[in-house]
Design a protein around this ligand. Structure first.
Ligand code: NAD
Ligand code: GLY
Length: 386
């Protein structure tokens, strides 16, 4: 277990007895932090607070959702948290139907999507019902996609329970499943009505799953707010405010470019072009998403030194952070570079024959460039072997 993770577990004061402590937390009555994602009629709030999970029902009621709650969770998360969420929904007057699937990245597939859709049909789900996606980014992406397409659209509430999902995937409306050819190739933009983030849920995450989410926090630090890197270099107290800052950045970017048409939202893909390729070629589930992104971040910083005048000591600084959070920085020998390069051709960031790659000249800001070649990416992947 990493030093950083032990710090977090003791700071949350919850550790393995999460469920009973969460109910204790429910007696606290502090107002949650609130970040608005401003998208006209589709605007919504992200609520962030330590006492939120046992009160999720009342928050959903307060935005006016009616019908049955369709609670979707992977088996691991369902075992730990579905009881609390079900009780809260029931206390708010909702009847709840629970749907579970096997945990892991491989669940982002047509077969699991189909199976859940069949279960919805067997449960006579109708447009009046709403989906509650409880879990990490896999659940959010999968249940979000199902919500967007089942009977042409069900209302959606996201309750993220991993760092990855709390700082990134639950906000902004991207949903998807994977193909062998590449990550997230089949998906929609489908915004939730509400996102409820309870950082106490992070206390039951394994160290590896906790740390992989930090890769996305590092990404926000690189592209928008260098002070996030300072915070990651210190002690990880006030996780709720760290999450809030990341969500603010994501909300601003999504509000400016919801469907990634202007280039603004593409900044969120820093480290993702090669990261996605590495994740797909490794086989979904071998590297956690954030671990693949860690490799992609190192490659993107190396390219930034070569093509955007990023001072090399800034690469060194981020490398130290990746190591601190036990994130991988070396490409495994058995992953073939040509296969990784091949995935960039089907990547959504590859348009009109150009790779749109995100680089940085200075930590805290980033830009998109069409100016890199396949040879540049190959050189970066070769560098990642070292
Ligand atoms: P995940 O959902 O698979 O969760 C990781 C593991 O943690 C799983 O085994 C899960 O069962 C377990 N888990 C979840 N919450 C837990 C908790 N509180 N306590 C104990 N165990 C818990 O993976 P993830 O890293 O959360 O998400 C990765 C996915 O998110 C990838 O598919 C990635 O493509 C996607 N993603 C999407 C977006 C977006 O904008 N839609 C952004 C970033 C990542
Ligand atoms: N995670 C990248 C995005 O939401 O655009």
């Amino acid at each position: 277990m990493s030093i950083v993770w032990e710090q977090v577990a003791s700071q949350t004061k919850i550790e393995s007895a999460a469920v009973s402590c969460l109910s204790l937390n429910s007696t606290m009555d502090s107002a949650p932090k609130r970040v608005r994602v401003t998208l006209g009629e589709r605007s919504y709030d992200v609520l962030i607070g330590y006492d939120l999970l046992p009160r999720v029902g009342e928050h959903i009621r307060s935005i006016g959702l009616k019908g049955r709650a369709l609670l979707v969770a992977d088996e691991v998360v369902a075992r730990i948290y579905s009881g609390i969420v079900r009780d809260s929904l029931a206390a708010a007057g909702y009847s709840v139907v629970t749907f579970t699937f096997s945990t892991g990245e491989s669940a982002k597939s047509f077969s699991v999507l189909e199976s859940l859709a069949e279960q919805f049909a067997n449960a006579h789900v109708s447009r009046g019902d709403f989906v509650v996606a409880l879990g990490g980014g896999v659940t959010g992406d999968l249940a979000g996609l199902l919500a967007g397409i089942y009977v042409r659209g069900l209302q959606l509430v996201q309750i993220p329970t991993t760092v990855m999902a709390q700082v990134d995937s639950s906000v902004g409306g991207k949903t998807a499943i994977n193909l062998r050819a590449g990550k997230n190739l089949v998906g929609t933009f489908y915004q939730p009505r509400l996102v409820v983030v309870d950082p106490a849920t992070l206390s039951t995450l394994g160290a590896r799953e906790f740390n992989e989410g930090i890769a996305e926090v590092i990404k926000y630090g690189i592209i928008r707010d260098e002070s996030l890197l300072d915070r990651l270099e210190g002690s990880l107290d006030q996780l709720d405010s760290l999450i809030e800052r990341c969500v603010q950045i994501k909300a601003e970017i999504v509000a400016a470019d919801e469907q990634e048409t202007t280039g603004e939202r593409a900044l969120l893909n820093f480290g993702h072009t090669l990261g996605h390729g590495i994740e797909a070629v490794a086989g979904y589930g071998r590297l956690l998403h954030g671990e693949a992104i860690s490799l992609g971040i190192r490659a993107a910083l190396w390219l930034s030194v070569r093509h955007a005048d990023l001072p090399p000591d800034q690469l060194t600084r981020v490398m130290a952070l990746l190591h601190r959070y036990q994130l991988p920085t070396q490409l495994p020998e058995d992953l073939p570079i040509p296969a990784i390069l091949e995935t960039t051709k089907v990547d959504k960031k590859f348009t009109g024959g150009e790779i749109r790659f995100v680089l940085t000249s200075k930590l805290g800001s980033a830009f998109v460039t069409p100016g890199l070649t396949r040879a540049d990416l190959e050189a970066a992947l070769l560098f990642l072997r070292t």
